[in-house]
Design a protein around this ligand. Structure first.
Ligand SMILES: Cc1cc2nc3c(=O)[nH]c(=O)nc-3n(C[C@H](O)[C@H](O)[C@H](O)COP(=O)(O)O)c2cc1C
Ligand SMILES: O=C(O)C(=O)c1ccccc1
Length: 371
């Protein structure tokens, strides 16, 4: 009889295959697999391959400038580290190693609510490097408030509210593996030291760790989150707020009406709603609504510098790198992350030169052809 263990996984890339060799199989599945039949996960990559670059020539590309600006902050390249929780499942140093890589590269890091380490410890590794905090709005308001206050106190300069997770998507491989990184305590770095969270427990985590972790699982999502709730969070902080997981132009309109400061076009890497639109395909209509009023970022499917170029050409101001960073982390910690980012940046630079553009501003949809 053939069992799941006999089936050789298909790898998206050499990078993913190398990471597979380094990560315990349940954890690898958690990272690499997607929701349902993985239609959206595949669609995310296909969406990029549908666009071809229509290059310009004789443009003097001796000097290529990849810098850009986001919320008045100068970026050496239009790239950020996506919020990825539970990084200890890929490497024992998890987010601490990613933070060192971000600092070395001077690339902003978005720290997940579900990080393995605390936002304080991660900030410590980052020193002066730019950091944003990704918020899972908790069903316990005091925890939401406390997380935001701690982010402010630790130099985080924007809050990313993830809005595509009112409930967790259906991840078949995790069900099959009976695997939950939160149950194993790999995503509690921001909770077990939080006074508001601790006040909700009958027994301290030292006395009953299982109950503490279960409490985190119970409150980490807020299925009741809506635009009215968002208004309350808007009042909690003066930091810029970005919504992560917007795919519909009508929601982009509502984001503008609700004074949101930025939008992240994302389908969570195909980990949430299966059979939903690829984020690259969602981008043009959202750009059409938003124009240049607030920054638009994009993730889900960025694998190379060519992908970065295409996302920028279709209207993104910057992109977030996701799974490739986790694979780099698994393969060689901080150095592995840096190698992955260096490769993508080199590809972006060469793509810009060969497409005849000298600066990020010059990248536009006239340079793309759909076919
Ligand atoms: C292992 C893993 C954990 C993630 N954790 C979070 C998280 O805590 N918060 C969040 O907003 N997104 C999370 N994401 C989604 C990423 O931020 C990002 O949207 C996604 O990885 C983009 O897709 P890609 O990696 O295929 O490019 C996670 C993704 C992965 C692979
Ligand atoms: O796995 C994810 O995609 C994710 O967003 C998440 C949610 C809770 C804990 C860790 C990661």
């Amino acid at each position: 009889m053939i069992t799941a263990a006999d089936i050789q996984p298909e790898f998206e890339s050499l990078l993913e295959r190398k990471a597979f060799e380094k990560i315990r199989s349940e954890a690898f599945d958690y990272i690499a697999r997607g929701a349902g039949s993985e239609a959206t996960m595949q669609e995310n990559l296909l969406a990029f391959s549908k666009w071809k670059i229509r290059p310009r020539v004789l443009r003097n590309v001796a000097e290529i400038d990849m810098s850009s600006t986001l919320f008045d902050q100068k970026l050496s390249m239009p790239v950020l580290f996506a919020p990825i929780g539970v990084q200890r499942i890929a490497h024992p140093e998890g987010e601490l190693a990613s933070a060192r890589a971000a600092k070395e590269l001077n690339v902003p890091l978005v720290v997940s609510s579900a990080a393995s380490y605390s936002m304080e410890d991660i900030a410590n590794e980052l020193g002066g490097c730019s950091r944003w905090f990704q918020l899972y709005c908790s069903s316990e308001e005091i925890v939401t408030r406390s997380l935001v206050q701690r982010a402010e106190a630790n130099g985080y300069s924007a809050i990313v509210i993830t809005v595509d997770t009112p409930v967790l998507g259906i991840r078949e491989s995790d069900a099959r593996n009976q695997y939950s990184p939160l149950e194993e305590g790999d995503g509690c770095g921001n909770y077990l030291n939080d006074p508001a969270f601790l006040s909700l427990l009958d027994l301290s985590p030292e006395e009953d760790m299982k109950a503490a972790l279960q409490k985190q699982i119970d409150i980490i999502d807020q299925p009741g989150l809506d635009w009215d709730e968002l208004k309350k969070i808007r009042e909690l902080t003066s930091l810029p707020i970005l919504l992560k997981g917007v795919l519909h132009p009508e929601d982009a309109k509502l984001a503008l009406e609700n004074n949101v400061d930025g939008i992240i076009v994302s389908n969570h890497g195909g980990r949430q709603l299966d059979h939903c639109i690829a984020s690259l395909d969602a981008l043009p209509d959202i750009k059409n609504i938003v124009q240049d009023r607030i920054p638009i970022l994009l993730d889900s499917g960025i694998r190379s510098g060519v992908d970065v170029f295409k996302a920028l050409a279709l209207g993104a101001d910057a992109v977030l790198l996701g799974r490739p960073l986790v694979y780099g982390l698994a393969i060689n910690g901080e150095v592995g992350v840096m190698q992955v980012v260096h490769k993508i940046l080199h590809e972006l630079e060469i793509t810009m030169a060969l497409a005849g553009v000298r600066s990020i501003k010059e990248i536009n949809s006239d340079l793309l052809f759909k076919g």
